[in-house]
Design a binder for this molecule. Structure first.
Ligand code: PLP
Length: 433
């Protein structure tokens, strides 16, 4: 069993230890060296969706809109690769600047530095809405692109931001990594930006996958090819293994025992044979390593992931994410020392996770991680130099928001167990000492 997988999934947002193959990202870009980061056991319930037999059925859930409805799309291996492709399509280069939010993960910034442009960090408000006044004050002749993140699945005021970009002659890059599903003022997410990106692996039961979408420009020039048979096999088998490891798809597991054992054997031999520093066979985000690797710019997402994007029910995904979110919000109401980051869950919002604002995060976080609760801290490590003088709200959110999985593949018993653990950990440490 490939133990990287579970670490990976939160790794996509949590900065797992770097492997040696880092390319653009150099050691300085890492806000905290891997060795400083604590090690916790793998989560007991899946952090990200794993495949189940139910994944494919709507079961009466109402239709939902998604970034796939926004325009032409290209399926790549990660969200960060999609960001790099968007910047390339916009002809961004050295001497240009890209306005990026101070509340971020490194995978949003690495493609910007790869393009040669300078990232300029703008402020966000305490509710994660972007601060247009601060952005306006930071514009100069080099400003080309405004990157806007729909945090945790809650869309920004996209129509106002679109108008702002038009007024200031900026290109808009809509980051829907947390917001695969949803709409704003009657239009699907992803349709306001010149380009939009998504991280499909945060929403679908897949091992790798990201999307580049444009409602306004042709993507005909973005041509992709397969990353090879080894990659195709690994992408499919790892998604299945991830599902098996959480007790889903039992019958399929029995049927696939032989191919999986063979794959493990082959994989070990390949790893042994591979000289140090040779090209990784999977994108950085999915390998437990953390680096932006431009070798993936022209690679198609695997056939398995692309099939899942077609087959997995988006209505079910949307309905269950809302249901799980609301259940957690209700169960944690009145627990001292915490409150939901967003006070309501508006219609048309399909959350990535349940973000909880806590007064004393660290002890509760350590307790929950060590018990294997699926938890993510988005923006835990900000880019070097981004501190409270740059944006106090970002630093505060980066420390205080604990996000809990609320995806469609959490079972009722897992969710109940999580809620008990969360209440317990928060009651034990409501206030900072
Ligand atoms: C995860 C994430 C990305 C990058 O997506 P990957 O698929 O992990 O490369 C971009 N933006 C945000 C806000 C993210 O959380």
């Amino acid at each position: 069993m490939d133990t990287d997988v579970k670490r990976t999934m939160d790794g996509a947002v949590q900065y797992p230890p770097r492997t040696g193959s880092s390319t653009v990202a150099d050691a300085e870009a890492s806000a905290s060296p891997a060795s400083d980061r604590p090690h916790f056991p793998a989560a007991v319930a899946p952090v990200s969706p794993v495949l189940s037999f139910d994944s494919f059925f709507d079961s009466g859930a109402p239709p939902v809109r998604s970034i796939l409805d926004a325009g032409q799309a290209r399926e790549v291996t990660s969200g960060r690769i999609a960001i790099a492709l968007a910047l390339r399509q916009m002809n961004i280069k050295a001497g240009d600047s890209v306005l990026v939010p101070s509340f971020h993960c490194a995978s949003m910034i690495e493609p910007v530095t790869w393009s040669g442009a300078t990232p300029v960090f703008y402020r966000i408000n305490d509710d994660t809405s972007i601060n247009l006044d601060d952005i306006a004050s930071k514009l100069d002749g080099t400003s080309k692109v405004l990157m806007v993140t729909n945090y945790f699945g809650f869309p920004q005021d996209l129509s106002a931001i679109r108008a702002f970009c038009d007024r200031h002659n900026l290109l808009m890059l809509e980051d829907c990594a947390h917001c695969f599903l949803g709409e704003h003022k009657g239009r699907p997410v992803g349709s306001y930006g010149d380009y939009a990106i998504a991280s499909s692996m945060k929403f679908f039961p897949i091992y790798e996958g990201g999307l580049l979408v444009s409602a306004r420009h042709s993507l005909d020039a973005v041509t992709l090819r397969s990353a090879g048979k080894g990659f195709e096999a690994k992408a499919a088998l790892n998604a299945l293994e991830d599902s098996f490891s959480f007790g889903r798809l039992g019958v399929v597991k029995a049927l696939l025992w032989l191919p999986l054992a063979t794959k493990d054997f082959l994989w070990r031999s390949i790893k042994k044979a591979k000289p140090a520093g040779a090209h990784s066979m999977v994108p950085g985000s999915s390998e437990g390593g953390f680096s932006f690797d431009p070798a993936w710019l022209d690679k198609h997402s695997s056939m398995f992931s692309r099939a899942m994007l077609k087959l997995v029910s988006r209505p079910r995904m949307g309905a269950l994410r809302r249901k799980n979110y609301l259940k957690m919000a209700a169960a944690l109401e009145g627990v001292p020392g915490c409150r939901p980051l967003f006070s309501t869950l508006p219609e048309g919002v399909y959350p990535w996770v349940f973000p909880l604002l806590t007064d004393n995060p660290q002890p509760a976080f350590n307790t929950l991680k060590s018990r294997g609760v699926p938890i993510i801290r988005f923006g835990e490590y900000l880019w070097p130099g981004v501190d409270a003088t740059v944006c106090a709200n970002s630093v505060d959110l980066s420390k205080r928001v604990m996000s809990f999985s609320c995806h469609q593949e959490l079972r009722e018993d897992e969710l109940d167990w999580m809620i008990d653990q969360i209440k317990d950990a928060l009651r034990a440490h409501p206030q900072p000492l």
